[in-house]
Ligand binder design. Sequence first.
Ligand code: PEP
Ligand code: MN
Length: 349
Amino acid sequence: MFVVMRTGAGEAEVNGVKGLILAEGLTPFENAGADRTVIAVVGEIGKRRESLQARLEQTPGVASVTRISKPYKLVSREFHPEDTVISVLDAKVGDGSLTVMAGPCSIESRDQLLETVDFVAGHGATIIRGGAFKPRTSPYSFQGLGVEGLRYLAEARGRSGLPVITEVMEPSQVDIVAEYSDILQIGTRNMQNFSLLLACGRAGRPVMLKRGYGATIEEWLMAAEYIASAGNSQIILCERGIRTFETSTRNTLDLTAVPLLHHLTHLPVIVDPSHATGKRWLVKPLAIGGVAVGADGIMVEVHPRPDEALSDAEQQLDFPGFESMMNAITGVHAHVKDLHGDLLRATGG
Ligand code: PEP
Ligand code: MN
C-alpha cells in the first residue's frame, strides 16, 4: 500500500508516518513528488492490512491510503506516476530523448574498442557498451578481458565524454565494475540472480536489467523490485528477446513489452535488437520497430570488422550499418516522440 500525504504536509508529519511503518517492522519508501509526498509501505503486511490502513489514515498529514494491486510496488506506476529519468554524466535516459547504447559485444583489445568508440560517438551514440566479463554458453569460448577490458572502457569514456555500460556477472564483481562503469548491466542469464540484484541495488550506480530469456513481464518487474528494494530505483529495463518455438532468429523480440512496460512501470525501457535477432541485417528494422513503439532507446553491438569478432560475429553491425541504422531511427524518433504520451496512457489493466 502507499500513503499519499496532504499537499503541504511537513517533515514532522512525513516522519510520523514513516515511524509508524518502521514500528511495524515494515520499510517506508518516499517519493517526494512535485506537490505531494507519497510513501510506499514495503514488506510482508499480511493480516495487518486493514488495521494498518485505518491507523495510517488517521495519522496527521495523511490524505489517503491506497493498495498497490501489483506484486511489485516501488517500480510500479501506481506508486510512482511520473517517468523516472536517469542521469549519467551528461546523458539522460527516459527524458524523451533517444538513447543509443553502442559498442562491441566483447572488448577484445584497446584498439578494437577505441576504434569502435570513435566511430559510434561521432555518429550519435549516447552511451558506450562493451563486455569485459562475458557470459558465454560454452566454457571454451572467449570469456572477455576482465579488468583489463574495464580499463579500456574507462579510457573510452575519457576519450568520448560518454558514459559507459558493462555487464557484471556476480556479486563479487560489483565493486570493481562499479569503479570503472557508469551503468551496471545485468544480463539475461542473471535476471533472477537475487544476490546479484541486491548487490547491484546497493552499489549506488544506475543498473540496466535485461529481460530473462524465459521470464514473464511480471517476473522481470519483480527482479527490478529487488534492486529498488535495496535502495536503488535508477533502473533501466532492456527487452532483448525471449525464447519461443521460433528458431529462425536467435530469440523473439517482444515489442509488445515496450508500451506494456510504460503502462505498468515508471522505469525507462531500452530495446536490444542485436541479441533479439542474432542477425546483422535484422538489427536495423527491429531498431526502427523498437523506437516506433516508444522505447526510450536501443542497445546495439558494433564492431569494426564483425566477421573477425570473438563473440556474436553474426549480429554485430559494421560501421556503415550503424550509420544507416542511426539515420533511420533518428527520423522515426522525431516522428513518434509526441505519440509517446498516448502510448503510455493506453488503457487496460
Ligand atoms: C550483452 O548485452 O552483452 C549480453 C550478453 O546480452 P544478453 O544478456 O541479453 O544475452
Ligand atoms: Mn553479444
